[in-house]
Design a protein around this ligand. Structure first.
Ligand SMILES: [Zn+2]
Length: 279
């Protein structure tokens, strides 16, 4: 990636970040920011061996899907990576599917590297990292960083332990030896324990298994059910995501019965009941 392209990506990450609600250093809730931009965000637990997420453009909609079976910090990075594809690449391509290889692999193509760089600049901009070290870690120049300091940065920026290490190394704040030592400390002390010991956000280190689906999706599913495109079981499953059951939306449903279909044929007009929208 040449310097001009890096600068352009930093500029785009900055301008996205300017629209976000920020705590002292980090974006408070990237999921909300994604929705606020008008992207259709789906969060669903696909299993920890499935893809991490994907982005696609369909008609006027931009759809982002994130697998919630992975650690929350990883999920947030995946979302930042997908936003990178949207901002940088979706004008030329209509879909990106991401897994551990495309996001963390060594032999990824240029677009994957760009999306990762965008995500790093969005979640941990260099000036905010600088400010954190200056204000929160006054002994940095004398004693360097401990694993608890890394856990503090995790909690402030809502990122993973590994991401903090990678970003600090990239920004020249630690060298490869220091990174290795901090990585060893992580294995010995465990990230969950470190987060708890500093009163940080321990949820970052666990899979949330969240189910969060745009309400419009329910409309597509009802439409498809009413047009015989999906069985009742699928409708019921989707209703479950919204804590609804068939009775709750019965006035929206076409009644599929053989008698009605035969009546249609007999009287020559569409007899199926399609009632008004939910109040
Ligand atoms: Zn990607």
């Amino acid at each position: 990636m040449v310097d001009d392209r890096r600068r352009e990506i930093r500029r785009k990450a900055d301008s996205f970040r300017e629209k976000c609600k920020i705590s002292r250093y980090g974006i408070i809730n990237l999921f909300k920011e994604c929705k606020r931009c008008g992207y259709k965000l789906f969060r669903y637990p696909l299993g920890d061996t499935a893809d991490l997420g994907f982005t696609l453009k369909r008609d006027d909609d931009i759809i982002v899907f994130i697998n919630t079976s992975i650690r929350l910090s990883r999920e947030i990075f995946t979302l930042a990576h997908e936003i990178g594809h949207i901002v940088l690449h979706l004008d030329k391509e209509s879909a990106f599917i991401d897994n551990h290889n495309t996001i963390s692999g060594r032999d990824v193509d240029e677009k994957e590297r760009e999306a990762n760089y965008f995500a790093a600049c969005l979640l941990m901009p260099s000036d905010e990292v600088e400010r954190f070290i200056d204000l929160e870690l006054p002994c940095f120049d004398k004693t360097g960083l401990s694993s608890m300091d890394i856990a503090r940065m995790m909690s402030e920026f809502n990122v993973s332990y590994d991401m903090v290490l990678n970003r600090l190394e990239y920004l020249g704040k630690i060298n490869s030896n220091q990174k290795l030592c901090l990585d060893t400390e992580k294995t010995e002390k465990r990230v969950g324990n470190l987060l708890r010991s500093i009163g940080g956000n321990a949820k970052l280190n666990a899979a949330g298994n969240e189910i969060d689906i745009p309400y419009e999706y329910l409309e597509y599913v009802i439409y498809n059910y009413n047009h015989n495109a999906i069985p009742k079981e699928n409708l019921e499953k989707v209703l479950g995501y919204f804590c609804l059951n068939i009775e709750d939306i019965s006035d929206r449903l076409v009644v599929h019965t053989e008698i009605n279909d035969n009546l249609d044929d007999l009287i020559g007009r569409h007899q199926k009941r399609a009632r008004g929208p939910l109040p």
